[in-house]
Design a protein around this ligand. Structure first.
Ligand code: AMP
Length: 399
């Protein structure tokens, strides 16, 4: 549990509620919401507050405007989509603070919803600036954090604001994320398998360190695996490499061996001349990556071996695609891993923006136990770090 006080214990009728949500969604070429999963994920909290007559002020960031107003990063398309999903008007504010916003908040009727403009149009948001946080809080009676995807950031809307509101609680999405991910860390069913891929070792080192002592099987794949191969003295051609991470990779392999964990590296790869759909490609064994070719996906033998391990597992956590799945000829391994998760009879958890996109692409989202809405937040949580946005909700931290 995050805090003693939970949302369900608060009498919401007539309250002015500030809800930090994560509406950082992708937009398409026409500026419309391209994937509304993050919006839909907050509906349980919004519906709950609405049914109880709360006046709601929703706030989110979108993209990286770096403290400047970037019209393409306005949350207006999100207000439209949310309004469609709820079948209710969602008022779009012209800013996130200031007299015009205050007027709109004061004019909210019971169950009314106002969406503030992109928090990061103000540099003070990312600086966790106190006067800005105080302005955001305004006259709110209750602060709800439902933005798991932003919980690893100590920003004004996730941390600073909690000092200026009488009560602060987690929303249902944040509660669910914490509950599901905590279960993985504290009482996973065994055999427990983690599949860690993605582009860079550097972003996954903490996670790998944390998982070594938790899992029975660690499957390493994706662009980061070539650093591990190099650490074992295997030639990797022109594949992705982080030279300065060869030593840490070697130490992870050693630790896993000392602790009796089974580490599986791909036994074969799809290699290509370049990162392009038109490039020639072929399947080679791990030891035969040609000097002028790069690994872009795992090969059929690896798919079979990994699928067998996944199928026999009671807990599977997947973060990071095993191939450059955005390019169709290199997507087979990633899609196959996504599908094989559905063969596992145990708990399956998927985290990280690209991995979640791969699960959607494979059409198996509804068969996964928990799809995390957090990228960096999910990684940090699973690496055992405490997240400032969650810490800030506890009474002792709100002072
Ligand atoms: P991450 O955000 O660290 O999970 O990395 C996701 C990215 O890793 C995706 O964009 C993939 O295209 C990329 N990726 C996976 N395998 C490879 C590879 N063999 N070479 C280069 N990039 C890869």
């Amino acid at each position: 549990m995050i805090n003693k006080l939970t949302l369900k214990e608060v009498d919401l009728s007539g309250l002015k509620v500030f809800i930090r949500v994560d509406f950082n969604v992708p937009l398409d070429a026409e500026g419309l919401v391209a994937d509304d999963s993050r919006i839909k994920a907050t509906l349980p909290t919004i519906n709950y507050c609405q049914q109880r007559g709360a006046r709601m002020v929703l706030a989110s960031h979108m993209g990286r405007p770096k403290g400047k107003i970037i019209p393409e990063l306005s949350l207006k398309p999100v207000a439209d989509r949310l309004s469609q999903l709820l079948g209710e008007e969602v008022i779009m504010a012209p800013d996130c603070i200031g007299p015009s916003v205050e007027k709109l908040i004061n004019g909210l009727e019971e169950s009314g919803i106002l969406l503030l403009e992109n928090l990061r149009f103000h540099p003070e948001e990312e600086l966790n600036d106190s006067p800005f946080a105080r302005q955001l809080a305004g006259q709110s009676d209750l602060y709800i954090n439902d933005a798991f995807g932003a919980a690893h950031r100590a920003h004004a809307s996730t941390v600073g604001i909690t000092k200026f509101v009488p009560r602060a609680v987690a929303g249902f999405l944040l509660e669910k994320e914490v509950e599901q991910l905590s279960r993985i860390l504290t009482k996973p069913e065994h055999p427990f398998t983690a599949i860690i891929g993605g582009a860079k070792v550097s972003t996954k080192l903490d996670l790998l360190e944390s998982f070594i002592s938790l899992v029975d099987n660690l499957i390493l794949c994706g662009g980061m695996v070539y650093t591990f191969l190099l650490a074992q003295g295997i030639s990797i051609g022109t594949s992705l490499i982080e030279e300065d991470k060869v030593e840490p990779a070697r130490s992870i392999l050693l630790k896993a061996q000392q602790q009796g964990r089974k580490i599986s590296l791909p036994s074969d790869f799809v290699v290509a001349k370049s990162l392009s759909a038109e490039s020639p490609k072929k399947v080679v064994s791990r030891e035969e990556i040609p000097d002028t070719w790069m690994g872009v996906d795992i090969g059929p033998r690896s798919i079979e071996e990994f699928s067998r391990i996944i199928k026999a597992s009671q807990t599977v956590v997947w973060n990071g695609p095993p191939g450059v799945f955005e390019i169709k000829p290199f997507a087979e391994g990633t899609l196959a891993i996504a599908r094989s998760l559905t063969d596992s009879r145990g708990t399956t958890v998927v985290g990280g923006g690209d991995t979640v996109a791969a699960v959607h692409k494979a059409g198996v989202s509804d068969k996964i136990t928990h799809i995390s809405t957090g990228g960096g937040a999910c990684l940090e949580f699973l690496a055992g770090k405490s997240l400032p946005g969650i810490e800030a909700l506890t009474d002792k931290n709100r002072g």
